[in-house]
Ligand binder design. Structure first.
Ligand code: OOG
Ligand code: MG
Length: 259
């Protein structure tokens, strides 16, 4: 078995068994970013082999708040599957997670295929069928949620679950000015505007389309794209209640089960 397949096995097993593993890139002997994306593909292939379906992609570390919180200062991308799509009305059971955290995001639902290179904000908006507020639940498989950029990429960028808010037409409002207030157990703990994501949330989606285009891949109609955490993430515990209130995009709620 190649190293790539062996690391993918360890990360996939860690996710399935909700156990932590040590990151590889503490010092010498790690792997580079290109190898990390190969591991990511192998991790996602294991999910697909078990019956999950790719339903979209996500950007990560696109805001300064997220980069500072994780100590990693470059964006990355990863894949979303149908099993990660958590219905808003259902309490989230935490027993399948290691150390879950939640972050507010802005989601795009593609109506047209979109393929880089050369994709810009206006191309993204023209190919978008709907936008929504969202909550992403991330759950790094690494001990203490600590990693380097290649580690996080290999781990499919901590992807675990996401909750979509009400879908809105991407009408005549500016997504960079959309405000978000994050409330945890009834207290406002953080806030941000869409511009936190590389200046404009659609700029993040354009970067994804351009990166995937270099690999011959496009964003596909129906796909959900998460543009990246707007604020620092917040740890989830049993019975935690999370509400993200967005201007223009409505409200997204997540309630964690009591056990
Ligand atoms: C890596 C995934 C980043 C985001 O929105 O920034 C991410 C992590 O922070 O664990 O999903
Ligand atoms: Mg995220």
């Amino acid at each position: 078995m190649t190293t790539i397949e062996a690391i993918a096995d360890l990360l996939h097993t860690a996710a399935r068994q909700a156990t932590e593993v040590d990151p590889w890139n503490h010092g010498a002997g790690g792997f580079d970013l290109a190898t990390a994306y190969q591991v990511q593909d192998a991790v996602v292939a294991r999910r697909v082999a078990e019956g999950e379906r790719i339903v979209g992609a996500k950007l990560g570390l696109t805001s300064r708040a997220k980069q500072q919180a994780m100590g990693v200062h470059e964006p990355l991308y990863a894949w979303l599957t149908d099993a990660m799509n958590h219905p808003a009305e259902k309490p989230l059971r935490l027993d399948g997670f290691i150390h879950p955290r939640v972050e507010p995001e802005i989601a795009f639902v593609m109506a047209q295929p979109l393929k880089g290179p050369g994709v810009g904000v206006l191309d993204v908006l023209a190919a978008t069928g709907a936008v929504a507020g969202a909550l992403e639940i991330i759950d790094s498989r690494y001990r203490d949620f600590r990693f380097t950029l290649p580690d996080a990429v290999a781990d499919n960028a901590s992807s675990a679950a996401f909750v979509l808010g009400p879908l809105q037409r991407p009408a005549d409002f500016d997504l960079s000015l959309v405000g978000c207030v994050l409330e945890v157990d009834g207290q406002a703990v953080d806030s941000a505007a869409g511009a936190a994501l590389l200046g404009h949330p659609a700029e993040a989606v354009a970067a994804l389309a351009n990166d995937l285009g270099r690999r011959g891949l496009s964003l596909e109609p129906g796909w959900v794209i998460l543009a990246g955490g707007l604020t620092a993430p917040v740890a989830l515990s049993p019975a935690t209640s999370v509400v993200a209130r967005f201007s223009r995009l409505g409200t997204v709620r997540l309630l964690c089960d009591v056990n």
